[in-house]
Design a protein around this ligand. Sequence first.
Ligand code: ADP
Ligand code: MG
Length: 368
Amino acid sequence: RQQNTINKMKQNITSLEISIKDLTKRYGKIYALDTVSLDIKAGEFLTLLGPSGSGKTTLLMAIAGFNRPDSGSIKFANQEMILTPPHKREVGMVFQNYALFPHMSVFENIGFPLKLRKAPNDQIKEKVHDALKTVQLSDYADRKIDQLSGGQRQRVALARAFVFGPRILLMDEPLSALDKKLREQMQIELKQLHRKLGVTTVYVTHDQREALTMSDRIAVINEGKIEQLGTPKEIYNSPNSSFVADFIGESSFLQLNRKGNDLYFSSEKIITNKKLNKNKEWAMVIRPERLSIVNKSYRKNSSNIHFSGEISELVFQGETALALVKLMEGNFLSVRLSTKSSDDFDNLKTGNKIQLCMNRKDVIIIPH
Ligand code: ADP
Ligand code: MG
């Protein structure tokens, strides 16, 4: 029955592609959006990820029609929307603070968009019950909003956002108010719901792990510009700037020296690349989990890169541990260690001289 309900909800929804071109929005001297171009596929789950003040909400509100950009274009399936008022764009929205009506019941809250659209009462009843079932709140129709937990409120907000069959779902930090456990559970629930409904979704967060967990693609946004667009794997494995490398995941940076087509760290050749832009400085990005501490029987080999140093800090964090290693050259590297067995962590002490290796395939270089 749950499946039937979802199929019914799904028929309601025709997902659309969104095409954004050269969108600019200024507040005084600040460019909240600076010639942003972005194509979002029909049915895609796309996340806008960036620090506070980077322009995420401004972009989402421009898509919804609640703010008017200074220039540029927003198309839904090839149709220009820039002059279309919000209520005619047929988008569903979910906010961090739920924005539910406190004096109304769960049923009335979810039914509200249908009432606005002057749907007949029996239809409202049916659709609200289907939506309630989809977010697993069937028994809560008559509750008041203040009788619900944070997670339940956010499910009500979500049901209200898709009950009328929107063509696009927009969510602005919808889980930020929830505690960590519930947030992680809701991330999976939202992802599953998206997979079932298939509605084009634009999701805003400043939480990189949340973005990696939920998205088909991530647009990393900084100071009103999209820095990088890609799948979670692409963004994590191949960041194209120090901003992206720093913002997503943990990274250490090593400045490299160029000799001809080769980039070196100290005497270790890191990479040979004929296409390197000779006018740029280059740095290497190192993810802590890509480094290993080698044992005594290890032999250096050409498929790996090697570093020598001393453990300057060792932190047990439960499922993993983190070592801060001071290299001979004076730089510091973070190294993620397993706490699974006694082989790594238990035998290490601050002050130990160690050797590190990492696979050449894991080398990331960025202009710096
Ligand atoms: P984010 O959602 O990524 O935190 P916003 O889109 O809210 O960022 O804001 C982007 C920039 O635009 C910030 O510098 C912010 O201060 C500014 N800004 C946003 N809305 C307004 C407004 N109504 N008036 C003036 N400045 C604004
Ligand atoms: Mg915001």
